[in-house]
Write a protein that binds this ligand. Structure first.
Ligand SMILES: [Zn+2]
Length: 425
């Protein structure tokens, strides 16, 4: 499974409708839980049937799409079944054997994660009905909650995927606004043999990326070209009188160039990412945050960062698709540390060569790429095998055996790792 996330742009009343849908979903989940508590031997299918009863009984429950109601019941069931699994694992064998679904004595095992009522749900989940993708950046929700059509903001293009690949759609409320997630089933259509290669990528302004062997990929020419014309058109737009027809025309021209660039950028990102992932087993790269990217005022840098960010998302996508491992490494110190001895060698942005006392002389970006790969490989061992499919875990063993070559055992860097967006094994 692979999750695409977009920020949602909508009117205030639409946000209220999303809140209402989230509340209803929580209500159904809690009601199902209560039903399970009060009745012996309730199973998954009983909860599913109970959704219908709730829809009859409560108007606001009926307003929510029927599959979204089912999804809420499934949420209740997943916390119930998790509880039973915990009982089996943690509680002594005798009690676990006696643990019959829905039996009251089981409910007393408080330490085994007895399911709780939710008070602050922040999401509602639709399955394959109740919504439709209208264009690459708009989605319509058609149930009676009145959410309507939402604009989506993000670098992904939904047009690239088949609608039948979208298995679930979630609406989420976060601290900084509302989000829409698409859960895609990514089939591994292509059998890719392990290449035995691990690659570290360093992003820079002088080249699109440099890998740990010193190979550089140039910035695509269209980025430079479009940077120039974007600048020119933006300047022209700013000179036109507000509200005038000329201003409208200028804005349309600017929007057209933006669209063209974004298409080219996507094309470039998809092709390059596919290639990189195809020929490597492990791909480590810097974990650059969107927030930091937006803050940057230098146009060349921001265009570059956008391209890089999209590239990274596609690397993660193909990582899931081809069963490869992708690791985002925090960017701290990757350029300052010596990749050979670990000493800090301070550099300004203009220092292009890494020269260390230990006689290590490397291209600045190559040195960084090696550090990124090292950091990435040293964290693979900490991720645990939970998130991985079967293929990946055998691959992981291979990698762990290789790790010895790469990692300095004395001081493994303490860093977090974000493995590709895999959800719901
Ligand atoms: Zn050194």
């Amino acid at each position: 499974m692979f999750v695409l996330e977009f920020k949602v742009k909508a009117k205030q009343q639409q946000y209220q409708a999303i809140n209402d849908a989230i509340r209803t979903s929580q209500f159904i989940r809690n009601k199902c839980l209560r039903y399970w508590m009060d009745n012996q031997g309730v199973n998954k299918y009983d909860l599913s049937a109970y959704c219908k009863v709730l829809a009859h009984e409560f108007k606001f429950a009926n307003e929510l799409n029927s599959q979204a109601r089912q999804a809420s019941a499934e949420r209740a069931w997943s916390s119930i079944s998790r509880f039973f699994e915990n009982c089996k694992k943690k509680v002594s064998g005798k009690k676990a054997e006696n643990a019959v679904l829905g039996s009251p004595q089981v409910k007393q095992f408080s330490k085994t994660g007895y399911p709780k009522f939710k008070k602050f749900s922040r999401s509602v989940e639709y399955k394959t009905t109740g919504w439709k993708v209208l264009s690459p950046k708009t989605i319509n929700f058609s149930d009676k909650k009145g959410i309507g059509t939402l604009k989506l903001k993000g670098s992904w293009d939904l047009g690239y995927f088949n609608e039948s690949d979208i298995k679930r759609v979630r609406l989420l409320r976060k601290a900084d606004g509302y989000y829409c997630q698409f859960v895609l089933s990514v089939e591994v259509k292509e059998e890719v043999k392990p290449s035995g290669k691990c690659i570290g990528l360093d992003v820079g302004l002088s080249s699109f990326y440099t890998d740990n062997e010193g190979n550089k990929i140039d910035n695509p020419k269209f980025l430079r070209k479009s940077e120039k014309s974007l600048k020119k058109l933006a300047r022209r737009l700013s000179k036109k009188k507000k509200g005038s027809n000329n201003r409208k025309k200028a804005r349309a021209r600017l929007a057209k160039v933006h669209l063209k660039v974004s298409r080219q950028r996507k094309d470039f990102a998809v092709k390059l990412a596919r290639c990189v992932v195809h020929f490597s087993d492990v791909i480590a790269y810097e974990d650059l945050r969107v927030k930091n990217l937006v803050k940057n005022h230098c146009l060349a840098k921001s265009i570059n960062d956008a391209a890089w960010y999209q590239f990274r998302e596609w690397v993660e996508y193909f990582g899931v698709k081809f069963g490869k491992i992708t690791i985002a490494v925090p960017p701290q110190y990757t350029s300052q540390n010596c990749s050979s001895c670990g000493n800090i060698v301070k550099k300004t942005l203009s220092t292009r060569t890494h020269i260390c006392k230990c006689s290590c002389v490397l291209d600045r970006d190559e040195n960084a790429a090696i550090n990124i790969l090292k950091n990435g490989l040293s964290t693979v061992g900490h991720t645990g095998s939970k998130a991985w499919g079967e293929n990946a875990s055998t691959l992981m063993e291979e990698i762990l055996s290789k790790q010895v070559i790469f990692v300095n055992q004395e001081s493994p860097p303490q860093i977090g790792v974000r493995v590709s967006k895999i959800a719901w094994p």
